[in-house]
Design a protein around this ligand. Structure first.
Ligand code: AMP
Length: 230
C-alpha cells in the first residue's frame, strides 16, 4: 500500500509540524520542491543559477522544470511507498501532471489536506514568533512565557519600531523573514494568489479535506490521522 498525501497551508498553518507527524506515523518522506530547489544552491551550472535567480525574485520556477525535479525525486527508493507533497503542485498544470504521473505508475493522490488558518492568525504566528537558544519557541501574541517584548524605535526614525524579545537577559532569535512585517505579508499574499486556484482544483475533483488549523498541534494531527487511516 502506498500513501500519497498533499498538504496545503499558509505559512504558520503548521505544515512542517504535521508533515513530521505523518512521516513518523506513516513512514513516508516529505517532498518539498522548495527544499529541492534550495539544495541546488551549491551548484554553479547555468540551470541551477537560473533557478536561484527566480527564487531570489520570488517567482515560480516553470512547470516543466519543476515537474522534472519531482519526477527524479519520486524515482528514488524511499518514495516508492508514497510521499507527502509540500509546496507542489503550485499550479493547475503541475496538478494535472502529478495526477497523470501517479496514474501511469498505478497510484493516485490519497488525500489532499488543506490546513485552513485565517490570514491574520497566520500573520501573528509568523511575525510574533521568537526562539531561544535551547530551541524553545515563544510568541508575542499567543505565548509570551517570561519573555520581555518591547518595540524599539528604529535608529533613523524613518522606519517603524522593531520588535525585540529578551529572556533572562539574552536576546531571542527571530527568523529574518519573520522579522519584517512586510515580508510576512508578501508571503501570505503569494500563498493566497497561488493557492486559491489549486484549492478550487481539488475541491472540484472531490479530494479536498479541510481541517481547521487554529486548533492545537495534537488536535490537528488527530484529524489528519483520522483522514489518512481511512
Ligand atoms: P517554498 O520553500 O515552497 O516557499 O519555495 C521556495 C521557492 O521555490 C518558491 O518561491 C519558488 O521560487 C520555488 N518553488 C518551490 N516549489 C515550486 C513549485 N511547485 N513550482 C514552482 N516554483 C516552486
Amino acid at each position: 500500500m502506498s500513501l500519497f498525501v498533499l498538504l496545503i497551508g499558509v505559512q504558520g498553518a503548521g505544515k512542517g509540524e504535521q508533515a513530521r507527524f505523518i512521516t513518523q506515523k506513516y513512514g513516508i518522506p516529505q517532498l518539498s520542491t522548495g527544499d529541492l530547489f534550495r539544495a541546488m544552491k551549491t551548484r554553479t551550472d547555468d540551470f541551477a543559477r537560473r533557478i536561484q535567480q527566480l527564487m531570489a525574485e520570488g517567482k515560480l520556477i516553470d512547470d516543466e522544470t519543476t515537474c522534472e525535479v519531482v519526477r527524479e525525486r519520486l524515482a528514488l527508493d524511499d518514495a516508492q511507498g508514497g510521499v507527502i507533497f509540500d509546496g507542489f503542485p503550485r499550479t493547475p498544470a503541475q496538478a494535472d501532471w502529478l495526477a497523470g504521473y501517479l496514474q501511469s505508475n498505478g497510484h493516485a493522490l490519497n488525500a489532499v489536506i488543506l490546513l485552513d488558518l485565517d490570514l491574520y492568525s497566520a500573520f501573528k504566528r509568523a511575525y510574533g514568533r521568537v526562539s531561544a537558544a535551547d530551541g524553545k519557541t515563544y510568541n508575542y501574541y499567543f505565548n509570551r512565557g517570561d519573555v520581555q517584548f518591547e518595540f524599539v524605535p528604529h535608529e533613523t526614525k524613518l522606519f517603524p519600531p522593531r520588535l525585540k524579545a529578551t529572556l533572562d537577559g539574552q536576546e531571542l532569535n527571530r527568523r529574518p523573514d519573520d522579522a519584517s512585517a512586510d515580508a510576512v505579508i508578501k508571503r501570505i499574499d503569494t500563498f493566497v494568489a497561488e493557492t486559491a486556484p489549486l484549492v478550487d482544483y481539488y475541491k472540484a475533483a472531490g479530494t479536498l479535506h479541510r481541517i481547521d488549523a487554529a486548533g492545537s498541534i495534537a488536535d490537528v494531527s488527530a484529524q489528519i490521522d483520522a483522514i489518512l487511516s481511512r
